[in-house]
Design a protein around this ligand. Structure first.
Ligand SMILES: *Cc1c(COP(=O)(O)O)cnc(C)c1O
Length: 338
């Protein structure tokens, strides 16, 4: 009954168990404080749950547009950034989707799901993009995906390399899911480059992974095109209320981002030899410690392929990081190279 094509996709791996410390999904370790949740609940009281949400999510697009000083016509919102990626792979003319592995898996996932060929232009040795190589191989690309900071390597991509890719004129999705932790974003380039789509999310810095909202900043024409084909009611009234409230408390987000950055550097310093620099809320480590950490009750992300033998570790709360550091020190001692 089920198509072979569907069976060629792996089932989602659910890591379950009584683990104490979850550092595997790049989530924000701090939930919203109770008083911010109360504000959200207050907003919810006045909403009609029996009615469908606004069909083009205008209330929350306006809030995001105000935050950036843009027009809502430059903002599109989805049920997570992932939903937006699912449309971005087939919105544009051209043939292939271009990706730069090792990078975020959802670009290839949605390309495959839609039967779209993928051209992979690997990152260089230092995990930066080769703008010239991407441009060379994107002559007929429908869209190019670049993550900056990149997941799972953590590094920002050099602006001049991104510009080389933008100069091709082909649509470029610059995935800035972790931009708040880098303190740098290229979103303002959307005014200069109508082929630039900047993808952002509330899942990481804004602590709303469970609420599911991502957004993009782009040229009016791209946003208009997206809203012609987007699933109409995928952003619910509760989600929009939560986003509006959280945007009002940006200072809180900034304080937490600063704390996470401080902790990130603390972990990196402890294992400098095995850890790559990071501009995000996670660290890439050249340590084959996945199983060892799991036994200690700490879940991280195990990587494969070119990053075989590496783990990706989300920066957690202070006590979680302390336990992570202790466990990794023990791992190195056991291995006899500590
Ligand atoms: C987390 C993440 C996203 C978006 O996640 P959503 O929760 O779907 O908004 C997008 N790109 C990258 C690289 C990410 O790591």
């Amino acid at each position: 009954m089920i198509r072979e094509f569907v069976k060629s996709f792996q089932p989602y791996k659910v890591v379950e168990g009584n683990y104490r410390i979850w550092l595997d999904k790049n989530e924000n370790p701090y939930d919203l404080p109770g008083w911010v949740k109360e504000e959200i609940f207050e907003e919810l009281k006045d909403l009609s749950f029996n009615r469908y949400p606004h069909i083009t999510s205008m209330p929350v697009r306006e809030a995001i547009a105000d935050f950036y000083g843009l027009s809502p016509e430059n903002v599109a919102v989805g049920n997570g950034g992932d939903e937006l990626i699912s449309y971005l792979v087939w919105l544009f003319e051209g043939e292939q989707v271009v990706t730069t592995p090792p990078s975020f898996g959802m670009y290839n996932f949605y390309a495959k799901l839609n039967g779209i060929p993928v051209v992979e232009v690997p990152l260089l040795e230092d995990f930066t993009i080769d703008g010239h190589a991407i441009a060379e191989r994107s002559k007929n690309a429908r869209v190019i995906f670049i993550a900056s900071p990149n997941n799972p390597t953590g590094n920002l991509q050099p602006e001049e390399e991104i510009i080389k890719v933008l100069e091709t004129g082909r649509p470029v999705v610059l995935d800035e899911a972790y931009a708040e932790f880098a303190g740098k974003s290229l979103w303002r380039l959307i005014e200069e480059y109508p082929n630039l789509i900047v993808l952002r999310t509330f899942s990481k810095a804004f602590s709303l992974a469970g609420v599911r909202t991502g957004y993009l900043l782009a040229n009016e024409e791209v946003v208009d095109a997206l809203y012609r084909v987007k699933s109409p009611f995928s952003v619910g009234v509760m989600t929009m209320a939560a986003v509006k409230v959280v945007l009002r408390h940006h200072e809180l987000v900034e304080r937490r981002v600063a704390k996470i950055i401080e902790e990130r550097e603390r972990i990196r310093k402890a294992f400098r030899e095995f850890t790559y620099p990071s501009d995000a809320n996670f660290l890439l480590m050249r340590l084959n410690a996945y199983e060892f950490l799991l036994e200690k009750g700490i879940v991280v992300r195990k990587l494969s392929g070119r990053l075989d033998g590496h783990i990706r570790v989300t920066v957690g709360r202070k006590w979680e990081n302390r336990e992570l550091i202790e466990a990794l020190r023990e791992f190195l001692e056991v291995r006899g190279c500590g």
